[in-house]
Design a protein around this ligand. Structure first.
Ligand code: FPP
Length: 238
């Protein structure tokens, strides 16, 4: 339970790349490229602001259903991102982890990702959690299947968490979704249980440091109660 004014874990649904491109009469993939540029700005900025965990919804289990050239384009952008950002990630002491069915990612970006995860494993700055081929329900189903295959007969909430992807990642404190849509879209279902939700009309490629600050300021003014009363929280009865 995080009661600090700075969120420990921020998760972002980076929505609106397609609409950003459409407004400019460009193919959708240009929107995703511009989206990658926004990621390159927000990642070091989040680390600078003291965020310990940043989860980005980069590709969902449902995104495989998009046209083949868009899926291929997104996978190329992922490879390009890793090549371009590798040194900066290491310099900024950022640790990369992936949540999702990594085995479904094509070989070239998968190999690059595995290398980046290995090389950045000992970094102790921000953890950047890339959700790839990720679905919140798949994460829970994958956890249940791991439990079925083990000799565990019963789980509690805290023991169940150990079977989720990257179990060391805490609950989400702040969820940001861009582009005016107000949905969770199967993102981090378990860890969003008590998250503060922040929606903005800004399309993801236009999201920048200033917009991130707006979300953090909004979060700092929320009163989080985790099902308790304000008085209990003020007294510290937790
Ligand atoms: C949603 O916009 C966005 C995606 C499906 C992909 C997000 C990917 C990036 C931001 C590219 C780079 C990411 C990394 C981590 C390198 P949309 O296409 O659904 O937009 P629309 O709703 O306007 O059509």
């Amino acid at each position: 339970m995080n009661l600090n004014k700075t969120p420990l874990h921020v998760a972002i649904i980076m929505d609106g790349n397609g609409r950003w491109a459409k407004k400019r009469n460009l193919p959708r993939i240009f929107g995703h490229k511009a989206g990658m540029n926004a990621v390159e700005k927000i990642v070091p900025y989040a680390a600078k602001k003291g965020i310990k965990y940043l989860s980005l919804f980069a590709f969902s289990t449902e995104n495989w259903l998009r046209p083949k050239e868009e899926v291929e384009g997104l996978m190329e952008i992922l490879s390009e991102f890793i090549d371009k950002e590798f040194n900066k990630i290491m310099e900024n002491n950022i640790k990369i982890v992936v949540s999702g069915r990594l085995e479904q990612i094509p070989e070239i970006p998968r190999t690059k990702l595995l290398n980046l995860m290995e090389k950045s494993e000992k970094n102790r700055g921000m953890v950047l959690n890339l959700a790839l081929s990720y679905g919140g329900r798949s994460e829970i189903v994958d956890a249940v299947n791991k439990i079925i295959k083990s000799d565990i007969k019963e789980v509690q909430e805290d023991s169940f968490v150990k079977y989720l992807y990257n179990p060391e990642i805490p609950d989400v404190d702040l969820l940001i979704r861009t582009s005016g849509e107000m949905r969770i879209s199967n993102f981090m279902l378990w860890r969003l249980a008590y998250a503060e939700l922040y929606f903005t009309d800004v399309l993801w490629p236009d999201f920048n440091e200033e917009e991130f600050d707006k979300a953090l300021n909004d979060y700092a003014n929320r009163s989080r109660r985790f099902g308790m009363t304000d008085e209990q929280i003020e007294r510290g009865d937790i």
